[in-house]
Write a protein that binds this ligand. Structure first.
Ligand code: PBG
Length: 326
């Protein structure tokens, strides 16, 4: 009788052994909670396609932020849903507009105990739902949009955001935002570049979450799902332009991209587990087809293992609670 020379199973014998030898671990501090606030709401409003996620009121958002701090969550990424929209997304620049006010309110609630991030993008604020302003042909005008992004970034920095997350995929957006921040004295406001952001069907539920007015798609500015090398180019450009952190988005269908970026990026890498990824797992779990907690934990761990330093996930607080427990 010959015996195996190697028995990898030895390290799997007990939970304590598996814990000791785990190559990757989740920690609450690695998690970033994306949160929506809707102007004029009196009660939090459930998002049907994202069971468990709501559009917040000011009060419920402040509570969610305080809870995140309590649970050790690393950051919060804020998205605003304005009451009034126009072609240029003007409400994004109003210091008292929904998103800028939310940043200020959350900052007043939690101070520097949570990294407060703001979405720098026009899609929630435009009446056509695109991430920028349109030219005469209906094409998103890159350079005209950049000007507004610069102003938006300054407004969010003024409101107290620690980090800005430009998610519109305009060419040159990081450079313009960095310059606007420097010129306005916000030298310590960091930029998390949505560097490799793909046009994805998995953003579906987010459209409901922000009451998006979009008809059509974003394929003329977001990346094509077929492309892998191009992600490296996008990351290199954003690093050259001054990005402090870079992101890959979506996460689960783009783990190869995430691994590529993690291998070359000298700055921290984020991955965004987006609305459709959330919805798929919630829907399967609601049907009793998969174990909810197991699937959530495994999905975020897989994103971490692929190379993410931080993960934006709508389960951030719940998952942080589980991690604290165990
Ligand atoms: C654009 C933006 C989107 C998401 C985050 N920022 C939508 C899009 O690009 O179409 C999607 C996030 C999600 O689906 O969870 N401001």
């Amino acid at each position: 009788m010959s015996f195996p020379n190697h028995r990898p199973r030895r390290l799997r014998t007990t939970p304590a052994m598996r814990r000791l030898t785990a190559e990757n671990r989740l920690a609450p501090a690695d998690l970033i909670l994306p949160a929506f606030i809707r102007e004029g709401l009196t009660e939090p409003s459930p998002i049907t396609s994202m069971p468990g996620v709501v559009q917040h009121t000011t009060d419920s958002l402040k509570r969610a932020a305080a809870e995140a701090v309590e649970l050790g969550v690393g950051g919060i990424m804020l998205f605003g849903v304005p009451a009034v929209r126009d072609a240029r997304g003007t409400a994004s620049l109003d210091p008292d507009g929904v998103l800028n006010k939310a940043i200020r309110d959350v900052k007043a609630e939690v101070g520097d105990h949570l990294v407060i991030m703001g979405d720098v993008c026009l899609d929630e604020f435009t009446d056509h739902g695109h991430c920028g302003v349109l030219d005469a042909e209906g094409y998103v005008d890159n350079d005209a949009t950049l000007e507004i992004y610069g102003q938006m970034a300054v407004a969010q920095a003024e409101a107290g955001a620690h980090v800005l997350g430009p998610s519109g995929m305009m060419d040159g957006q990081i450079a313009v935002i960095r310059q606007a921040l420097e010129e306005s004295g916000h030298k310590n406001t960091a930029v998390l570049a949505y560097a490799a952001k793909y046009a994805s069907a998995f953003y579906g539920p987010f459209r409901e979450a922000v009451d998006s007015q979009l008809k059509g798609d974003r394929r003329t500015y977001q990346m094509d799902a077929a492309n892998r090398r191009e992600a490296i180019l996008e990351v290199e450009l954003d690093l050259e332009e001054g990005a402090d952190m870079v992101m890959v988005k979506p996460a689960m269908s783009y783990l190869d991209i995430l691994a590529d970026v993690a291998a070359m990026s000298p700055v921290p890498v984020s991955a965004y587990q987006i609305s459709g990824e959330y919805a798929m797992i919630e829907a399967a779990a609601a049907n009793g087809w998969i174990d909810r907690r197991g699937a959530i934990t495994e999905s975020v761990l897989g994103i971490k293992r692929a190379g993410a330093d931080t993960v934006l996930t709508y389960w951030a607080s719940e998952l942080a609670g589980w991690l604290k427990e165990s």
